[in-house]
Design a protein around this ligand. Structure first.
Ligand code: UDP
Length: 538
C-alpha cells in the first residue's frame, strides 16, 4: 500500500511540475495539445483544478509517509510536516513561475494548494483508519520463527509450544536439522531447514572477529534466502542470537517487523565482546520488540546498550497438568539406572556444559552420604561441552562417588525423572537467564535448590518456595542438600509452596497470550485489541 501511494505521489508531483513548467507555458494557450475552448475552461476552473491536484498529492503523500500508528500528537506533527513541505513547494513553484515573462504569482493557486493539502491529509487519515479496522478484523499475524539449532535446548522447547499453538499461521526456519525439527513437525508446525555454511556454523557465542569475517559470505547468502522467505509473513521472530543477527537484516530487507526473543544474559560470561555488540546493534536497529525471559535478562540487555523501550519481560510458560507418570514407570527407570530402592535421589536436569555447574554438584555430593545423583541431559552444542561431559564421567568414577552418579543422557520423558527425585538441583555458576528446570521441579512438587543469580533468583523465594545457594560453591550446596536430606518435612513444605506458586505464575496460556500481544503489536502497530491466532484460541 505504501509503495503504491509513493508511486502515485511521484506521478502527481511529476505531472504537476510538468504542467507548471512545460515549454510553451508562457501565457495562453496553457495546454497546447488541447483545443482552445478546453483551455478557456481550464483557465476558469484554475482554482478548482489546483484544489483537486493538491488534494490528490497530499492524500497520496499521507498514505506514503503518514504514521501508520502512534498517538494523535504524532499524527498532528506529521500532518504539519506534510502540509508545510507541500506548501513551501507550492509557493516556490509560484515564485519561479513568476520569473517567466507574462506570468505572475497567483495567490488563488497558493490558497487552493493549501486547502487541497488539508483535505488530502484528512482523506488520508480516514482511509488509513478504514484499512486499520479491516486489519483488526482480519486474520492473525503470520509469523516466521527463526532458530539456529536443530537440538532441543530450553529456548527451543519454549518455541515449540509457541509455534505449535499458532501452527496454522506460522512456519519455523532452522539453520540446522535435528530432533527439534522432528518435534515441531510432530506438533503440526511447518518447518524448513536453511543450513548455515560450515564457516558460519562454527561461529558460536564466544566467537571473535576472524571467525565472523570468514563466515560473512555464508551469512550474506542466508540473509538473502531468509529475506525471500520472510516476504510471505507479517513478522520475523528470532528465537536465538544467531537467528537475530541473520533474521534482523533479512526482516529489514523484506520490510517485515522483527521480534527478538532474548533467552540469554548479554554478558561476558555468555558472549564474546563482538557478539554482544552485534546482538545489541541488531536488536536496537532491526527489532520492533524484544522479549526478555526474566528481569535479569532485561537488565543485562539494557546495561549492554539495548533500548529499554523495546524490551518487555515474559517468563517461559509450561503445560500445567495433574497427570503424573505411573509409579511402575518411575520404578522401572530407577531400576534401569541401578538406583537402590529408597535411596535419597537428587536430580539435575540440563545440558552438560561447564557453566551449568554439574561439576559443583558432584563435588557437593561427596559430603552427602548415601545420596544418589541423576544427571539428565547431554552435551548439546560445542566441543567444549563434549570435553566437559567426559570430565564429569571421570569425576563420577572417583571412589567417593562411584555408583552414586547416573548419566541419563538427553530424554524427552523428563517428567518421570522429576518424579523419581527427592530434590531438584540447579547449580549454574553464571547467572541463569531463566532456568526452566527450576519451574519444572516446582511443578512436579519437588523441593528445589537453585543458585542465587539471574532468573533463577527471581523464580525461587528463599526458604519459602525453595533454597538459594551461592553460585560455584560446593560447600554451600552440600549444606543445603544435607538440610533437606535430614528434614523431609521442610522439603515437603517447600515443595508444596513451590508447586502452588509455579502453577499460578507459569501457566502456558497466560504466557502465550503475552507473546501473542507482542507479535500483534509488531505486525499491526495501529491496533489496540490483538487478534488471537486460530490455533491458540482453540
Ligand atoms: N531437558 C530435556 N531433556 C533432557 C534435559 C533437559 O528435555 O534430557 C529440558 C528441560 O526439561 C528444560 C530444558 O531442557 O525444559 C532446559 O532449559 P533450561 O532453561 O533449564 O536451560 P537452557 O537449555 O535453556 O540453558
Amino acid at each position: 500500500m505504501r509503495k503504491a501511494a509513493r508511486i502515485a505521489m511521484v506521478l502527481f508531483l511529476g505531472g504537476g511540475l510538468w504542467l507548471a513548467f512545460k515549454p510553451g507555458a508562457v501565457g495562453n494557450p496553457r495546454l497546447s495539445f488541447l483545443p482552445y475552448y478546453v483551455n478557456e475552461f481550464v483557465d476558469h476552473m484554475d482554482f478548482w483544478f489546483n484544489l483537486l491536484a493538491f488534494t490528490a498529492l497530499a492524500f497520496t503523500a499521507w498514505l506514503a509517509f503518514g504514521p501508520q500508528h502512534g498517538t494523535f500528537e504524532k499524527a498532528i506533527n506529521r500532518a504539519l510536516w506534510v502540509l508545510g513541505i507541500i506548501t513551501v513547494m507550492n509557493i516556490m513553484v509560484e515564485v519561479v513561475q513568476s520569473s517567466i515573462p507574462g506570468r505572475r504569482v497567483d495567490q488563488a493557486d497558493v490558497w487552493a494548494g493549501m486547502l487541497g493539502c488539508v483535505l488530502g491529509i484528512f482523506g488520508g487519515c480516514l482511509v488509513q483508519r478504514m484499512m486499520n479496522r479491516r486489519a483488526q478484523d482480519g486474520p492473525p499475524a503470520r509469523v516466521l520463527f527463526v532458530d539456529q539449532t536443530g537440538r532441543l535446548g530450553g529456548a527451543e522447547l519454549m518455541l515449540l509450544d509457541i509455534a505449535a499453538a499458532r501452527a496454522a499461521d506460522s512456519e519455523v526456519v532452522l539453520f540446522q536439522d535435528g530432533e527439534f525439527r522432528t518435534a515441531l513437525e510432530e506438533r503440526g508446525v511447518k518447518t524448513r531447514v536453511l543450513p548455515l555454511g560450515e564457516e558460519a556454523a562454527v561461529v558460536d557465542k564466544q566467537a571473535g572477529m576472524l571467525h565472523a569475517l570468514r563466515a560473512m559470505p555464508a551469512l550474506c547468502g542466508l540473509i538473502l534466502r531468509l529475506a525471500h522467505a520472510a516476504r510471505g509473513f507479517d513478522v520475523v521472530y528470532a528465537n536465538t542470537a544467531k537467528a537475530l543477527i541473520i533474521g534482523g537484516p533479512a526482516a529489514w530487507l523484506a520490510r517485515r517487523a522483527l521480534v527478538f526473543h532474548l533467552h540469554d544474559i548479554v554478558s561476558a560470561g555468555h558472549f564474546s565482546a563482538m557478539n554482544r555488540r552485534a546482538l545489541i546493534f541488531c536488536s536496537n536497529y532491526f527489532a520492533s520488540a524484544v522479549i526478555a525471559n526474566s528481569e535479569a535478562t532485561q537488565e543485562a540487555f539494557i546495561a549492554s546498550g539495548g533500548r529499554a523501550e523495546l524490551c518487555s519481560v515474559v517468563p517461559n510458560g509450561f503445560h500445567i497438568t495433574d497427570e503424573v507418570p505411573a509409579t511402575a514407570e518411575t520404578t522401572r527407570v530407577r531400576e534401569s539406572f541401578g538406583i537402590p530402592a529408597g535411596a535419597w535421589t537428587v536430580l539435575m536436569a540440563g545440558r552438560l556444559t561447564p557453566w551449568k555447574g554439574q561439576k559443583v554438584l558432584l563435588e557437593a555430593l561427596k559430603a552427602v552420604p548415601q545420596a544418589h545423583v541423576v544427571l539428565l541431559g547431554d552435551a548439546l552444542f560445542t566441543a567444549e561441552d563434549h570435553a566437559y561431559a567426559a570430565a564429569l564421567r571421570a569425576q563420577a568414577a572417583e571412589p567417593s562417588l562411584a555408583g552414586r552418579v547416573h548419566f541419563a543422557g538427553f530424554r524427552t520423558d523428563t517428567r518421570t525423572f522429576f518424579e523419581l527425585a527427592d530434590v531438584v538441583v540447579h547449580a549454574s555458576i553464571h547467572p541463569e537467564p531463566f532456568g526452566r528446570v527450576i519451574v519444572e521441579g516446582m511443578l512436579a512438587g519437588r523441593a528445589v535448590i537453585a543458585t542465587k543469580a539471574g532468573g533463577a533468583a527471581e523464580i525461587i523465594d528463599h526458604e519459602q518456595t525453595g533454597l538459594h545457594v551461592a553460585p560455584d560453591d560446593a560447600n554451600d550446596l552440600a549444606q543445603a542438600l544435607l538440610r533437606l536430606q535430614k528434614d523431609p518435612a521442610l522439603a515437603l513444605e517447600l515443595a508444596q509452596n513451590a508447586c502452588r506458586t509455579a502453577r499460578a505464575t507459569y501457566g502456558l496460556d497466560a504466557v502465550q497470550a503475552k507473546i501473542e500481544a507482542v507479535i500483534s503489536k509488531s505486525a499491526f502497530p495501529d491496533i489496540k485489541a490483538t487478534p488471537a491466532p486460530a490455533a491458540a484460541a482453540a
